[in-house]
Structure formats: C-alpha cells, structure tokens
Design a protein around this ligand. Structure first.
Ligand code: GDD
Ligand code: MN
Length: 371
C-alpha cells in the first residue's frame, strides 16, 4: 500500500564526528542507492572540529533532502542516532555510519522488506550468509565477537550481529522503546533490542563491511568502557544509575590515592599529619574529578576553562560532602554504634551528596522532569 500521507518516506540518520571528507561522497552514494524513493538524510554532528557541519550545510542550503542537527557539548554515536530519530517524521528511519563502511545499496532492500513483512526492524549483518567483515583487522574482529558474546546477557533475541550499527526501523516501533533507551556509547542497535519490552520482530540482511577511505575510527578504549556501562545500565540501571556506580568506583580509587599520599608524606617526607591529610584530600579530589570527567561524564566532558570551573565546583561540593561525611559519622559513632557502621554511613552520605550536587553543578546534567 503506497503511503502517500508522508512527503518523506525514509529518513537516513548519519551520526558524524570528524567526517568532513566523507560528507559529499555519502550524500552522492545515498542519491544513487535511493533513486526513486522519497528520502532525506539527517546528519547528527557533535560539533566536529574539522567542520563537518559546515560541509553538510553547504549542500543542505541547496538540497532540502539534506539536513543537519549540530550538537554542542554532547558526544556519543548512540545518543546522536536517537536525536536523529526524534528529528524525523518519516514512517521509516535508518541509521548508517558516515564513513561509507556500511553498504548503502542495502537500504532499498531494507525498506522493501519492512514494507512487505510484519517486522519492526531490519538490520545489516556481517555474520549471516553473504555477509562479511571485509579487510577488518583480526584484532577488531575478535573484539567484536567477544562483545557479541557478552551482549547475550541483555539481548532477548538471537541476532547474529548485535554490534552492527546499520539498520532500519518502523517509526511506530521506535516510539515504543525510545523512552527506555540508555543512549550510552556506540551500540544503538543493542540498546534498542535490550530496551524493548516485547520481543522485536526482526530480520537480518547480509552486508560486507567496507574499509574506511577517509578519516579514522572513533572506536577507542573508552568506547569499550561505555559498552560495559551500557550492559550495566540494562542490567541494573532501573535500580541504580550507572553513572553513580562509576562515580562510586572512581571515589573508591580516590580513597586509595588518598591513603598512598598520606603514607608517602608521613613516612618519606616527614610531613605533619594535618598537612599530609589536607594535601591527600586535594590530590584525591582532583584525581576523582579528572577520572569522572573522562569516564563517568565522557558524553559531556568539560574542556579548557570549563574544566577549571568544573574542578572548582567539584572540590567545593566534595568539601561540603566531606564535612557532611565527618559530621554524620561522628554523630552515629556517638550513639554507641560500631566505628565501621559510623564510617560507612558517613561515606555513603558523602558519596550521594557529591554525586547529586556535582552532576548538576559541575557537569550540568539535565534534571529529570518533575513527574
Ligand atoms: N555524532 C557522533 N558522535 N557521531 C560519532 C561519534 C560521536 O561521538 N563517534 C563516532 N561517530 C560516527 C562516526 O563519525 C561514523 O560516522 C560512525 O559514527 C561510526 O564510527 P566509526 O568510528 O567509524 O566506528 P567503527 O567503524 O570503528 O565501528 C562502526 O562499525 C561497527 C560495525 O558495524 C560502528 O558503527 C560500530 O558501532 C559498529 O559496531
Ligand atoms: Mn567506521
């Protein structure tokens, strides 16, 4: 049944970070692959320093099928893809990488399959017959297979390639899962399948992963860290925010740094205890701040002057947290309880305070809407 209700039948979402050389070839390849279809492409660019957004606008000015969403102070492939979905009104929405490694010629086949079969989503797979990894390095292939195996803990479907970032979905199906999505890291397809309350009706079509012609991959060790955060969010995120888990792990590391500094200053520098304790507190806070800015808040990382302002609000908030910690611990200890319980209560109160205050005042995390 032709759907004439929508001017645009298919939106193709392309998340980009530093892909300025790939913009024109990407638009050209979509034009060829989707000739005869009512399509648009929405680039979601995280304020790439290489001017990717300006390159897209050069074409968008002349061609209404080309659109851009430019995000400031926000990073992440998955969250970019989600914002692309939300910026579209088409009944079918696809996600494809912006470096031509995914085969755009599969898009018309995905659309036809979605239109003719009762499915929610069609994804490209490198592991079904006819698919392939191209000349992907062995190390990447091994990591991808390991990640695929790990994904089974949260995946309620027998997908052969949940790591694929290439798929097309019915908008109505996306709207059923969109509020459950974690939007963490790189793995949007896995996020969608793991967030769906009912099992998704899906089909996998083969594609050969191509080698990158221009630019470089953004998949780094921190993307691996975010992958674990995504799995953790799907497992326990409904009980405790995974950012709080990371924040506390970093805090634990800070305690080790603190102890080490006091020990070194007392035993090797013959420093007075109060000076050692104060130095250790400042160094531990700065280490915590730096690590939280790299790991816990990777997607809203502070840089330059914002880094310094962040350090100031973080140490200020944590100093108040430390005072709260000591106050609560002393009060509970005075009630004839064990020192372990008193100390732990102080640490927990301090950690919750530090997390709550710094998430708002240091990293300006948007507050949850009042329900
Ligand atoms: N907006 C935005 N923000 N886009 C990003 C970001 C980001 O933080 N990081 C990467 N991208 C864009 C890139 O610019 C590219 O268009 C696309 O996301 C994929 O990034 P690559 O860096 O090329 O990833 P890869 O080739 O190593 O891995 C890709 O292919 C794998 C196999 O399908 C990714 O899609 C993986 O998720 C996928 O598993
Ligand atoms: Mn790539």
């Amino acid at each position: 049944m032709p759907d004439n209700e929508h001017l645009i039948e298919l939106s193709v979402i392309v998340p980009t970070f530093n892909e300025h050389e790939n913009v024109e070839p990407m638009i050209k390849s979509l034009e060829q692959a989707l000739a005869g279809h009512r399509w648009e492409v929405i680039f979601v660019d995280d304020d790439s320093p290489d001017d990717t957004a300006r390159r897209v606008r050069e074409t968008a000015k002349r061609d209404p099928r080309v659109r851009i969403v430019q995000r400031i102070n926000r990073r992440g492939l998955s969250s970019a893809a989600i914002e692309g979905f939300l910026a579209s009104s088409a009944p079918y929405v696809a996600v494809i990488d912006g470096d031509l490694q995914h085969d755009e010629k599969l898009l018309p086949k995905m659309l036809e399959t979605l239109k003719n079969e009762d499915l929610d989503i069609v994804s490209g797979s490198r592991y079904v017959e006819g698919g392939g990894l191209g000349d992907w390095q062995q190390s990447r292939a091994t990591i991808s297979r390991l990640a695929t195996r790990l994904s089974r803990v949260v995946l309620h479907a027998d997908l052969t390639d949940p790591m694929s970032g290439f798929f097309m979905m019915r908008r109505s199906s996306f709207e059923k899962v969109m509020r459950e999505l974690s939007g963490i890291g790189f793995k949007i397809l896995l996020d969608i399948f793991a967030s769906a309350k009912e099992p998704l009706r899906y089909r996998e079509l083969p594609y050969e992963f191509r080698s990158r012609q221009a630019g470089e991959s953004k998949l780094d060790s921190q993307a691996a860290w975010e992958y674990f955060m995504l799995l953790l969010d799907k497992l326990i995120g409904h009980i405790i925010p995974v950012r709080f888990v990371t924040f506390t792990l970093v805090g634990g590391f800070g305690v080790i740094v603190h102890m080490l500094i006091v020990w070194l200053m007392l035993n090797y520098l013959n420093t007075d205890f109060t000076i050692a304790q104060t130095t250790a507190t400042l160094v531990a806070m700065t280490t915590n701040y730096t690590m939280n800015n790299i790991l816990t808040y990777r997607d809203m990382r502070l840089r330059g002057w914002a880094w310094l302002r962040g350090w100031f609000t973080f140490t200020l908030a944590c100093s108040v947290g430390a005072m709260g910690n000591i106050g609560i611990a002393s009060y509970i200890f005075a009630q004839d309880t064990t020192w372990v319980l008193a100390s732990l209560s102080g640490i927990i109160v301090g950690a919750v305070w530090n997390y709550a205050v710094t998430s708002v005042y240091t990293w300006n995390k948007p507050r949850a809407p009042a329900t």
